[in-house]
Design a protein around this ligand. Structure first.
Ligand SMILES: C[S@@+](CC[C@H](N)C(=O)[O-])C[C@H]1O[C@@H](n2cnc3c(N)ncnc32)[C@H](O)[C@@H]1O
Length: 303
C-alpha cells in the first residue's frame, strides 16, 4: 500500500494526479456508484472539483501543473476517500441529478435515481405535461426529484415530503439554490400523513427506502455513510412500498400517475402483487426497478 501521508514529488500535472489517485483507489479496493462507476472517472472528478475546474475541461489543460497548495488539497481528499471510504459527493458537497447540481452531505442519500431520465423527458409518453398541476415527491431527501420536477413542469406546484427533519434542511438549501421556494413546498411527514387531506396530485413520484435486511448487511462501506433510514425498508425491503400502494390512490387525481423506484426489490414486489398491472420501465442510461401505475388501475385493483 502506498504512503498517503505526504505529497509524492513526482506528481506535477493534473494528468499525473488523476492517474495516481485512480491507482490508489484501485489498490484500496474502493466501491464506486455515487456519481461514477470506475476509479479513473472518480479520480478525475475529485481532482477537477478540487481545482474548481469543469468536468469537461479541454484536454489542453491536463498537462497544467498543480501548485503546492492545490496538491495538498487534492491529497487530503484522496486520503479521506480511501481511509474513511467517504463517498466523493460528501467530500465535495456536490451531486448531479438530471443535469442539475445539488448540495449534499451525510444527512441525505446521494442522488443517483434512474428517475432523472424520466423526469427530463417530462414522463413522456405517460403524462400530458400540460395536465400536470400538482406533483408530490415522497421521501425527497436532498430534494432532487421535487426540484427536477419543478423544472420539468414549470406550471405545477410541487410538494415534497420526508420524515427526516435533517434531510429537509438539506432539501431547503437546494430549493433556495434553485430559486424554487415559490414552486416547491417541503413538509415533514410520514408518507402522506401531514399533507392536507383534500389535496390530490396528478403525479406522485417516489424513490423510497427499499433495501432488504440481507442486502443492508452486505453494503460496501461507502453506503454506510448514507442515512440508514434512507435505504433500509424492513426484512423484505417493501415496508414503504406496501404503504405507498395502499395509500396512493386516495391522493391521486382520477387521471393521476404513481411512479415508484424499488430497485432490486422488483422481483419481491412482482411476487407480492401478481394481479397488479405494474408497468416496469426501461432506461436508456441504465437502471431498473421503477414501476408506474395509474390511479384508475389502482382503484380497479382495490375494488
Ligand atoms: C432512497 S432516499 C431518496 C432520496 C431522494 N428522493 C433521492 O432520490 O435521492 C429515501 C428518502 O425517504 C425518506 N423516508 C423514509 N421513510 C419515510 C417515510 N415513512 N415517510 C417519508 N419519508 C421517508 C428518507 O428519509 C429518505 O430521505
Amino acid at each position: 500500500m502506498q504512503d498517503l501521508d505526504r505529497v509524492p514529488n513526482e506528481l506535477k500535472t493534473l494528468r499525473d494526479w488523476v492517474r495516481w489517485g485512480a491507482s490508489r483507489f484501485q489498490e484500496a479496493g474502493l466501491s464506486f456508484g455515487h456519481g461514477t462507476d470506475n476509479a479513473i472517472d472518480e479520480a478525475a472528478a475529485l481532482v477537477l472539483h478540487s481545482l474548481h475546474l469543469p468536468m469537461d475541461l479541454n484536454a489542453a489543460f491536463w498537462d497544467g501543473r498543480l501548485t503546492a497548495a492545490e496538491s495538498e488539497a487534492v491529497l487530503a481528499r484522496i486520503r479521506r476517500r480511501i481511509r474513511e471510504r467517504m463517498p466523493l459527493p460528501y467530500l465535495t458537497h456536490e451531486a448531479w441529478f438530471g443535469g442539475l447540481a445539488f448540495y449534499v452531505d451525510p444527512r441525505v442519500l446521494i442522488p443517483r435515481s434512474p428517475l432523472a431520465e424520466l423526469i427530463e423527458q417530462g414522463f413522456q409518453p405517460w403524462l400530458d405535461p400540460n395536465a400536470v398541476h400538482r406533483v408530490l415527491d415522497v421521501g425527497t431527501g436532498s430534494g432532487c426529484i421535487a426540484i427536477a420536477c419543478g423544472y420539468a413542469f414549470p406550471q405545477a406546484r410541487v410538494d415534497a415530503v420526508d420524515n427526516s427533519a435533517d434531510a429537509l434542511e438539506v432539501a431547503r438549501i437546494n430549493v433556495q439554490r434553485h430559486h424554487m421556494a415559490e414552486q416547491v413546498s417541503l413538509h415533514e411527514s410520514d408518507l402522506f400523513s401531514a399533507l392536507p387531506a383534500e389535496r390530490r396530485y396528478d403525479l406522485i413520484v417516489s424513490n423510497p427506502p427499499y433495501v432488504d435486511r440481507d442486502r443492508m448487511e452486505s453494503l460496501p462501506p461507502e453506503y454506510r455513510h448514507e442515512p440508514a433510514d434512507a435505504l433500509a425498508a424492513g426484512e423484505d425491503g417493501m415496508a414503504c412500498v406496501h404503504r405507498l400502494l395502499a395509500e396512493a390512490r386516495e391522493r391521486l387525481t382520477d387521471n393521476g400517475l404513481l411512479v415508484v423506484e424499488v430497485g432490486a426489490t422488483q422481483a419481491a414486489v412482482d411476487a407480492a402483487y401478481p394481479d397488479l398491472p405494474l408497468t416496469w420501465l426501461e432506461f436508456e442510461r441504465g437502471g431498473e426497478g421503477v414501476f408506474l401505475i395509474t390511479a384508475e388501475e389502482l382503484a380497479r385493483h382495490a375494488g
